[in-house]
Design a protein around this ligand. Structure first.
Ligand code: PAF
Length: 279
């Protein structure tokens, strides 16, 4: 696997791959790779001739009081995992390489980015959109792979790609979970032992809300009772919303494809998860 740190070298390496018609799958990450990321790489490996992974802890998607400085950086272990899973190229740029001058250009998927996580993390999805847009322009892949765990992020990026006619297909990859149901996340490492024991309740609540809706409960009352259950277990619930999966607006009685999105803090750790279903 080649590791490349500059945009110029990335383009020079990818050029012959593009010219010889080899398909390129791209997996953007912020590193600290876990089984969820590895599933993205494995899926990419099955779909394309070349697999390109980026590791970049993107400052523009962190708020001023968020964990940019403490976000886990495990470069050597990440590189070893990518070699073991047969990635072809790792793009590992510095902040200066990605943002050589203050940005005067914004990429903002307006309505979608203000809902749910966007309401409590203002500017977060603008930071995600701009960095993913830049990475796609740098690598020009055929296929972009993103985890379904960050369902709102996936929806924002799909919409950006549609709105801007970016020539790339997007594939969402199912969330990988620990055996007790907790969605894999780099931030799970922040949990204390007692928080880690309680953390799977978030997914259990999502499943319970889904089951209640499938049995005829009104979506709002189903999510409200699960929110109360989480609060009682010590979670600070940011939101738990039943939405239609296409645009993440509140589910109406006619909507068939639904997603319940949730974010809650356990101590200092913000957890997000979701469950998608049809009715
Ligand atoms: O999901 C992530 O790790 C990040 O938001 C992404 C897509 C790599 C953009 O920085």
């Amino acid at each position: 696997m080649q590791t490349i740190k500059t945009v110029k070298a990335l383009r020079a390496t990818l050029r012959p791959w593009h010219q010889s018609g080899q398909s390129i799958a791209f997996v953007p990450t912020m590193g600290n790779l876990h089984a969820g990321h590895i599933k993205l790489v494995e899926t990419a490996r099955q779909q394309a001739d070349k697999v390109v992974v980026s590791i970049f802890v993107n400052p523009t998607q962190f708020g001023p009081n968020e964990d940019f400085a403490s976000y886990p950086r495990t470069e050597q272990q990440d590189q070893d995992k990518l070699v073991a899973h047969d990635a072809d190229l790792l793009f590992l740029p510095s902040v200066e390489e990605m943002y050589p001058q203050p940005l005067q250009t914004q990429v903002s998927v307006t309505t979608l980015s203000t809902l749910h996580c966007g309401a409590s993390r203002p500017g977060h999805f603008d930071g995600v959109a701009v960095v993913v847009c830049k990475l796609l322009n740098m690598a020009q892949p055929d296929l972009l792979l993103l985890g379904e765990k960050d369902f709102q992020q996936l929806t924002v990026i799909r919409r950006m790609i549609e709105d801007l006619n970016l020539p790339v297909s997007v594939q969402g990859v199912a969330t990988v979970r620990e055996t007790d149901g907790l969605a894999m996340s780099s931030r799970n490492g922040y949990l204390t032992t007692s928080e880690r024991q309680r953390a799977p309740l978030l997914y259990q609540s999502l499943l319970a809300a889904r089951d209640a809706i499938l049995q005829g409960a009104a979506p709002q009352s189903a999510v409200d009772s699960e929110s109360a259950r989480l609060q009682a277990a010590g979670f600070a619930v940011d939101y738990i919303h039943a939405c239609r999966s296409s645009d993440l607006l509140p589910a109406t009685p006619d909507d068939k494809q639904l997603v319940i999105l949730a974010a809650a803090k356990l101590g200092k750790t913000r957890l997000i998860d979701n469950v998608c279903f049809s009715r």
